[in-house]
Design a protein around this ligand. Structure first.
Ligand code: PLP
Length: 413
């Protein structure tokens, strides 16, 4: 007798208007489902991985040889990014929301001594790690960076580029400069900025390691590859001191992508099994990104975020974010405190928006891969309808007026 056998799983289509995952392009899904089954050492799979590596260097704007994908999600790439951090290393971490908070926890786990880890294994207090907490809703700014970098003089410094928990963009330029000035090695969580913002990592020489994810700006949800990039300086430190991981050791990982001893080689070597489906999907998402162009795409995010925010403000909401793919807001005063209920109400209508994951509770609405007038109008429509259903009160004409004003202003710029 079978005790646990279920009906075929069906998952509805939603309007994924959250911080991520973003809507995967049909072209990517087609490549995912149409790839043939070939093993991970088949010449075309290896060629696909090598081509992905070259395309990734374009997308990231870098000549770092150690640029490739780590199988999994953002945390997989971030885990590889901090693999070189050793117990007792001096680390300075800037935290301004949920994700940088988890990054800082990961760093405390890596840098904790045996005793510190054993004392509180899930949340160790590592004496060599200094965490600078910036209040929710604020960016990590030049002043904060300079003050703490000059004072603490860390070996490793960490910051999130875009903090998706609060929707804030942090000052990557000042961070890189402060790393160079203080001979610190910068580590950056770029999970939410790659494919969304217009930046090239080679413009930030103080940052020696970067990690992103497949399902946000790169629009490749079929669990594929978390893009990572390491400067040679990082690889030298890693090689000299080692890392206590096989699978997420960037030197080992890079081999399968045809990077050995700091050089591109013809043929990758086995590290772990790679899926032909995943490689085909990732490959297509990178082609899409390059076809559209990072700058073009970034400009679209900027434009649509402005229009969306203008509409929300006209509905009486208070926008506190400055990210271009995500709007974080407080509901109008008469609905204050009902953010969770509002989000759940929207989600029950297959309109997938999010609350913040750490206090204070706010509403997050994202536009990943929803870069068209129609999609933005649909989000505004659904949001406004839900707001009215909960007792919100605003003038539809004013919303249209403010949106048009903003569109005209952008067109004139
Ligand atoms: C989404 C996100 C993560 C986590 O990525 P996963 O793909 O869920 O593992 C980490 N950092 C930031 C800034 C993020 O936005």
């Amino acid at each position: 007798m079978i005790l646990n056998m279920f009906e075929k799983l069906t998952i509805p289509n939603t309007l994924a208007a959250g911080p991520g995952p973003g809507n995967t392009d049909p072209r990517v899904l087609e490549q995912f489902s149409k790839a043939g089954l070939a093993d991970h050492m088949h010449p075309d799979v290896l060629r696909g991985m090598k081509e992905c590596k070259f395309m990734l260097r374009e997308v990231w704007g870098t000549r770092n040889t150690y640029t490739f994908g780590v199988a999994g999600t953002g945390w997989s790439g971030l885990d590889a990014m901090i693999s070189a951090v050793q117990p007792g290393d001096k680390v300075l971490a800037f935290v301004n929301g949920t994700f940088s908070g988890i990054d800082a926890l990961s760093l405390r786990m890596k840098a904790a001594t045996d005793e510190e880890l054993a004392a509180n294994s899930l949340d160790p207090d590592a004496a060599s790690v200094k965490v600078v907490n910036v209040p929710h809703g604020q960016s990590v700014s030049a002043d904060i960076i300079d003050q703490h970098m000059n004072e603490y003089k860390p070996k490793w410094a960490f910051m999130a580029h875009y903090e998706t928990g609060s929707g804030r963009v942090n000052d990557i330029k000042s961070f890189s400069k402060a790393c160079v000035r203080n001979s610190a090695m910068g580590l950056v969580d770029a999970v939410s900025s790659l494919g969304v913002g217009d930046f090239r990592i080679d413009d930030y020489p103080g940052v020696v390691a970067w990690a992103s994810c497949p399902q946000k700006g790169i629009s490749c949800l079929p669990l594929t590859y978390a893009p990572v990039s390491f400067a040679d300086k990082y690889i030298e430190v890693l090689k000299a001191r080692g890392a206590r991981t096989f699978v997420h050791n960037p030197i080992f990982e890079a081999r399968h992508w045809g990077i050995i001893d700091g050089k591109d080689v013809d043929k990758g070597v086995y590290h772990r099994t790679h899926s032909a489906y995943a490689v085909a999907a990732f490959h297509e998402s990178l082609r899409l990104t390059l076809q559209e162009g990072i700058s073009n795409r970034a400009a679209k995010y900027m434009k649509f975020e402005k229009v969306l925010s203008a509409a929300f403000r006209a509905m009486g909401c208070d926008v506190t974010s400055d990210m271009t793919s995500l709007v974080v807001l407080n509901l109008p005063e008469n609905l204050a405190g009902r953010e969770m209920e509002f989000v759940q109400h929207c989600r029950s209508e297959n309109f997938g928006i999010w609350p913040t994951l750490s206090e204070p509770v706010q509403v997050r609405v994202g536009i990943l891969n929803l870069l068209s007038d129609e999609s933005i109008a649909e989000i505004i429509n659904k949001f406004g309808t839900a707001l009215k259903e909960l007792g919100g009160n605003f003038d539809d004409n004013l919303v249209s007026l403010e949106m048009n004003k903003m569109s005209e202003q952008i067109a004139a710029e």
